[in-house]
Design a protein around this ligand. Sequence first.
Ligand code: ADP
Ligand code: MG
Length: 255
Amino acid sequence: MESKAVVSLANGKKAFGDNEVLKDISLTVNAGDVLAIIGPSGGGKSTLLRCMTLLETLDSGDLSYGDLTVCANDAAGRAVYGGKDVIAAAKTRFGLVFQNFNLFPHYTVLQNVTDALICVQKMPKDEALARGRELLARMGLADKESMVPCDLSGGQQQRVAIARAMAMNPDVLFFDEPTSALDPELTREVLKVIRDLAAEHMTMVIVTHEMGFARDVADHLIFMDGGVIVEQGPASEVINNPQHDRTRAFLANYD
Ligand code: ADP
Ligand code: MG
């Protein structure tokens, strides 16, 4: 696999009022890599993902998707974002999967997957439907396209959300605790889909509490606490042999 940065953040900072949630976060994800992010609740993991996927703005830092600079610091050290075109282009480079699926409740499964293709990307409708059906088939949902989300299990809904996130053919997929709303059986079926994507060398950033999964699937792992990266390294090394007390204390909850 070539080592090409798909997304990188340098010195990312974000505060809500006087609550400094991201203190100085730098990370790079190369093509084909799977990065797992773990850490205690309130540590800033979701905020990091939300800043990287443009749902929140950074106070300072440099964020780029490949050759596209999304924001960079000005002389005063404040993040200055690119214009509308840059933001629109960046939004085609990633997909995001939320904890609670966030599907459109009154759209069918197929409409959920194809909506952005038709409305944002202006893809011809028959082409979008064909792509949507292909993605649903990959997620094992070929027979569910006409159903609405509430008629599906949580695991099926999350697989629809993954198909939707992949519709624009993104360079990287972000997952924010994709299985934490699911019971163990449904968790397994969603993790299997993510494992399959990893085997196909999909570039992914996954916030998760599934340590066995992170150890097996992720190449690199970041332990985040209090808005900083406390420790990082190869996923199996960090999980099997953490170097910092805070990492050890956190992982002890998962034995
Ligand atoms: P994690 O995902 O690791 O549990 P979060 O990023 O959700 O952590 O939260 C980190 C901190 O940021 C928490 O103190 C949380 O209350 C705060 N926070 C997150 N989003 C907002 C927001 N929109 N407004 C104010 N505070 C927020
Ligand atoms: Mg979170």
